[in-house]
Design a protein around this ligand. Structure first.
Ligand SMILES: C[S@@+](CC[C@H](N)C(=O)[O-])C[C@H]1O[C@@H](n2cnc3c(N)ncnc32)[C@H](O)[C@@H]1O
Length: 436
């Protein structure tokens, strides 16, 4: 390549804040080959996880140490982990109890020696429980709906003993650390097909090949998580804090007015019924962790856009949304109402986000454009138009392709077999600034 051209390209890649001696060269936002499992990021899978590198770069570009970050849809806590590593305090909100458990555990540093000692205790207790009479083991097995459909009888007993051994750990953060590895074990040992968000069972004829060793799966995951925790604990900035609320961002939260400097979040896509089912993904783990069947099953209905809000009074305007709805409605009235309900809910969240953000705060949203009944919904433009109604202005946008996000690339939105709709192949990072 010609030298001048190369120099010009390199200078475009210098980021604000980078010194001449120490340039930060970043070519795109894809991070196709990046290791996304460092620190505590690899503790547990979760649907539509954010890439840590994206959160890290947004924090570096738009925040300073000692500031306060909010992730109003924190999921498994990717941006909260990155906040603490960068010296920021952070609030996280999510209505899924599994997400809240993951976010809390991933942001709470614990010493490796302490975790190793607790793991030995869990192992010893599990071994002792194994010699209990068979009726006693059966007695300890939970009886939630469909347990026999998802777990072989022997696995049910092993998981029950493992859970009881973990629950004997007296220190709550340590107990929760191992419950995360247990939740992973539940998923691995169930008849759930791997790599899916929704609960699909492996076919009957393949089930006899599926004979996982629950203890071995748990021990391997716990050991790997201790390694990740050691890295996190050694790099976390000790004076920082994280508070995670299991709550609904549509409602007022215990966060003071104008106390947040930066928002880094990937909101739900409004398709929890069809594609990214957070609740369905979490259900088996939550049932094993003693959440009631009804609560576990209702998560997707309680997520943004989960319920048709009817003709509520709107406090926002978005010409791009109206345009998309006018195309969807003649094809499918019900789906058009669902999309509307999602944005009505999203507006309630924007109101709460605006309340807690100070003047000049930056809000970074990672959003994907989705397709409903063949109509592309321009989520990024709708977000900007809506946010303007709450006193935000557009500062930057970046595009990224999705090489490794845990997302289905195609769904069947019409539910017609063989007819695939486009879900997100790429996403947009929208950066707003509070100007009121
Ligand atoms: C795209 S995921 C976030 C993933 C996260 N960035 C991560 O890295 O794991 C969106 C999250 O929004 C949550 N959510 C949906 N509706 C919500 C609401 N009304 N209030 C709070 N959280 C909600 C879902 O439970 C889900 O965890």
């Amino acid at each position: 390549m010609h030298e001048d051209r190369l120099r010009e390209q390199m200078s475009l890649l210098y980021l604000p804040g980078a010194t001449q001696e120490e340039p930060v060269v970043e070519q795109d936002w894809d991070y196709a080959t990046a290791n996304t499992k460092t620190h505590t990021h690899g503790f547990h899978t979760y649907p539509a996880m954010m890439i840590p590198q994206v959160a890290r770069r947004l924090i570096r570009l738009y925040a300073r140490p000692h500031e306060t970050l909010l992730d109003p849809f924190c999921g498994s806590g990717t941006s909260l982990v990155e906040a603490r590593l960068a010296g920021l305090n952070a609030y996280g909100i999510d209505l899924n109890p599994l997400a809240v458990l993951l976010a809390r555990v991933k942001t709470t540093p614990l010493p490796a020696e302490h975790l190793q000692a607790a793991l030995s205790q869990i192992y010893e207790r599990y071994r002792q429980f194994q010699s209990l009479p068979e009726e006693e083991k059966i007695h300890r097995t939970p009886r939630f709906f469909n347990i026999d459909y998802w777990f072989a009888p022997a696995i049910q007993r092993d998981l029950a003993l493992l859970r009881d051994a973990i629950l004997e750990i007296p220190h709550p953060p340590t107990r929760e650390f191992f419950l995360v590895a247990f939740s992973h074990t539940v998923r691995e040992c169930s008849y759930t097909r791997k790599g899916e968000f929704k609960l699909y069972r492996i076919p009957l004829e393949q089930q006899h090949n599926h004979q996982p060793d629950a203890l071995a799966v748990f021990l391997a995951k716990a050991e790997a998580n201790i390694v990740g925790m050691t890295q996190f604990a050694s790099e976390v900035k000790p004076a920082t804090w994280v508070r995670v609320f299991q709550a609904d961002t549509r409602q007022r939260q215990p966060i003071p007015d104008e106390s947040v400097d930066i928002v880094v979040t990937s909101p739900p896509y409004g398709d929890s019924h069809t594609t990214v089912a957070y609740g369905q993904f979490s259900r088996l783990s939550l049932q094993w962790l003693d959440l009631s069947d009804d609560e576990a099953k209702s998560i997707d209905a309680r997520a943004l856009g989960g319920k048709d809000t009817g003709d509520s009074k709107r406090n926002y305007q978005s010409p791009s949304l109206e345009e998309a709805l006018s195309q969807i409605a003649p094809r499918d009235k019900r789906r058009a109402r669902q999309v509307r309900a999602f944005y009505d809910d999203f507006a309630l969240c924007l109101k709460e986000i605006t309340r807690v953000c100070r003047l000049g705060a930056r809000a970074c949203f990672v959003v994907g454009n989705r397709t409903v009944r063949g109509v592309k919904i321009p989520t990024d433009t709708i977000l900007v138009e809506m946010a303007q109604c709450f006193g935000w202005r557009l500062r930057d946008t970046f595009e990224r392709r999705i090489p490794n996000k845990r997302m289905p690339l195609q769904n069947s939105p019409s539910n017609v077999p063989g007819e695939k709709g486009e879900t997100m192949q790429g996403e947009t990072i929208v950066v707003l600034e509070a100007c009121r």
